[in-house]
Design a protein around this ligand. Structure first.
Ligand SMILES: CC(C)(COP(=O)(O)OP(=O)(O)OC[C@H]1O[C@@H](n2cnc3c(N)ncnc32)[C@H](O)[C@@H]1OP(=O)(O)O)[C@@H](O)C(=O)NCCC(=O)NCCS
Length: 180
């Protein structure tokens, strides 16, 4: 499958490849935040060094074929609204994504805008028929984002994912998808 472009523009956002110098803003904006990381697979970062490592891995992954993380830069202010990761699956007909929003920017529709842009890119690729995401059953804001982006809840995945900030046991998740 074609690699996604390094930048995608939406009405209010520039989705762009991360840079090392973004690390302090990513750390302050969401990586260190217990509320933001609550339903995620990783623990809040304790120092900006961990976020620098995340940036390093995110940048290096752009040389690969599967994981493409974008920072959401708000065009008007230059502030970061979060991060979204496009994942190209080994089966070439499907694409998935996951995201994290900057706490100060929640509720302004930014992640829905970014998710729609990723779906639009994916369905612009010949041969892509399915875009999906999974979400913890208690993560209501994220379920809203997926619904607003036009995805449908397809079912319950029991004991699907470890979310260590809420429980040491694997959690149930919903599968959301949109198809063409
Ligand atoms: C999920 C997340 C990225 C949403 O980002 P966002 O930019 O605020 O998204 P939007 O503004 O487009 O939409 C958020 C929706 O959740 C709703 N919402 C926010 N907090 C809520 C709450 N406590 N209970 C119920 N709904 C809530 C908002 O009202 C909005 O829905 P609406 O448009 O119907 O009113 C953000 O909440 C986040 O970073 N969460 C933590 C990380 C995470 O869970 N990532 C996803 C893992 S699957």
């Amino acid at each position: 499958m074609t690699k996604p472009p390094e930048q995608i523009e939406t009405e209010r956002l520039l989705l762009r490849k991360p840079r090392m110098e973004d690390a302090p803003d990513v750390f302050d904006g969401w990586a260190r935040h217990p509320e933001v990381t609550r339903f995620l697979t990783w623990r809040p970062h304790e120092s900006v060094k961990q976020t620098e490592e995340l940036m390093r891995r995110s940048i290096a992954a752009w040389d690969g074929e599967t994981n493409f993380r974008y920072l959401l830069e708000i065009k008007e202010s230059g502030a970061l609204a979060g991060m979204i990761e496009l994942r190209l699956e080994s089966a070439p007909f499907k694409v998935s994504f996951g995201y994290t929003g900057a706490y100060a920017q929640w509720g302004k529709g930014y992640m829905t805008e970014a998710a729609r842009a990723c779906i639009q890119w994916a369905f612009g690729q010949p041969g892509v028929y399915r875009v999906y995401a999974t979400v913890d059953v208690e993560n209501i804001p994220s379920q809203r984002v997926l619904e607003k982006a036009g995805m449908q809840r397809e079912g319950l995945l029991r004991r699907e994912s470890l979310h260590p900030n809420i429980s040491p046991e694997p959690r149930d998740c919903y599968m959301y998808a949109i198809v063409k």
